[in-house]
Ligand binder design. Structure first.
Ligand code: MRU
Length: 341
């Protein structure tokens, strides 16, 4: 990931292993402060997932993989560590996939840190393929809208929704990105805009409520990430995604979901089975330490929403660009990877 504030920019990832420590960017502080933190205990990793020091489904998965590695090295009971890590956030399927993957590796006797680093490397390789396939859909001069942060910060490196954008830009295409700010935690304004700014990719931040306005004025396509995709293609992503998908359908704008196979949960038939995380009211009612809402007003703060598959033009995955009816192909790739077929 390219980081303007940092000299050692070449090797920066959202989370990685170095000299016996798990290191991660504290995403809560960006873009005002770039701070890397070091972790030596799986409980610290769990806390960092919970408090969103590290966030975005594939990065959460990679962090959990490193958490499992720290637990294994520390002689912690693996079932205990798995249950603590899986209990941090409920929606992102990558978290569960990564922990289960690590248990298989550790029971096989693999070196814990090597296994976790391999898991993180695989995330990046998948994102590169998503970039390659997705970039073919981006026309010269395209105006693209995205939501939340599905960039390098969310995926160890490269990104899911930002991968096709990066690849198209690096291939010389002239593009423009509308970044919706993503209330209440502002991942769009703080993180996606930071990534695009660092790479000089033309963009503008818009408030979430302006999405429809700009979609009518000339958005050519929408690219978003996903936190969990059900067998029928219904998917959960950051709150506000559903609105954009319905509007895109109404206005005839192609709507693509970019995600690696680790985000597909074939154990659930439809999106109605996805657990949506509720977060604290204060994320909505307060900005920093200042409460803006009237004292007695309650707030509701679902962190994700569920978008039915019928609104998805295609899933951009490492197995290619698939229509919702074709995602069985992802299942086969997954089973092959697990050595089950
Ligand atoms: O609450 P967050 O910041 O973890 O939510 C992140 C998102 O909703 C992303 O769009 C999703 O994880 C896909 S990241 C490639």
């Amino acid at each position: 990931m390219r980081v303007m504030m940092e000299d050692e920019s070449e090797n920066i990832r959202a989370v990685w292993h170095e000299n016996g420590k798990v290191r991660m960017i504290d995403q809560r502080l960006l873009p005002q402060e770039f701070r890397i933190i070091d972790l030596t205990d799986y409980l610290q990793v769990a806390e960092c997932i919970k408090n969103m020091t590290v966030r975005g489904a594939p990065s959460i998965g990679a962090a959990a993989a490193y958490g499992m590695a720290l637990a294994a090295e520390g002689g912690v009971d693996l079932d205990r560590a798995a249950s603590v890590l899986k209990g941090t956030r409920p929606t992102a399927y990558d978290l569960f996939y990564a922990v289960d993957n690590m248990i298989i590796s550790l029971e096989r006797g693999d070196d814990p840190m090597e296994a976790a680093s391999k898991y993180a490397d695989r995330v990046i390789e998948r994102c590169q393929l998503i970039g390659k396939y997705g970039a073919t859909l981006i026309q010269e001069g395209a105006h693209i809208m995205t939501h939340c942060n599905a960039g390098a910060l969310a995926t160890v490196d490269v990104g899911t929704a930002l991968a096709p954008i990066r690849t198209a830009w690096n291939a010389g295409k002239h593009i423009f990105v509308y970044v919706s700010e993503t209330r209440p935690r502002l991942q769009g304004m703080k993180l996606t805009a930071w990534e695009l700014y660092n790479e000089g990719i033309p963009h503008a931040i818009i408030v979430d409520g302006a999405s429809g306005h700009f979609m009518r004025k000339g958005v050519d396509m929408i690219l978003v990430g996903a936190d969990r995709i059900a067998s029928n293609g219904d998917f959960a992503n950051k709150i506000g995604t559903f609105d954009k998908a319905v509007l895109a359908n109404e206005l005839g704008i192609p709507f693509y979901v970019c995600a690696p196979i680790s985000t597909f949960d074939f154990s659930i038939p439809t999106g109605d089975h996805i657990v949506i995380e509720d977060r604290k009211e204060e994320e909505v009612t307060m900005i920093g330490n200042i409460r803006l809402a009237p004292g007695e007003s309650a707030a509701l703060n679902p962190s994700f929403d569920m978008t039915p598959a019928k609104y998805v033009t295609g899933f951009i995955t490492e197995a290619g660009v698939l229509r919702p009816s074709e995602i069985g192909r992802v299942r086969r790739v997954k089973l092959q990877e697990a050595g089950e077929i």
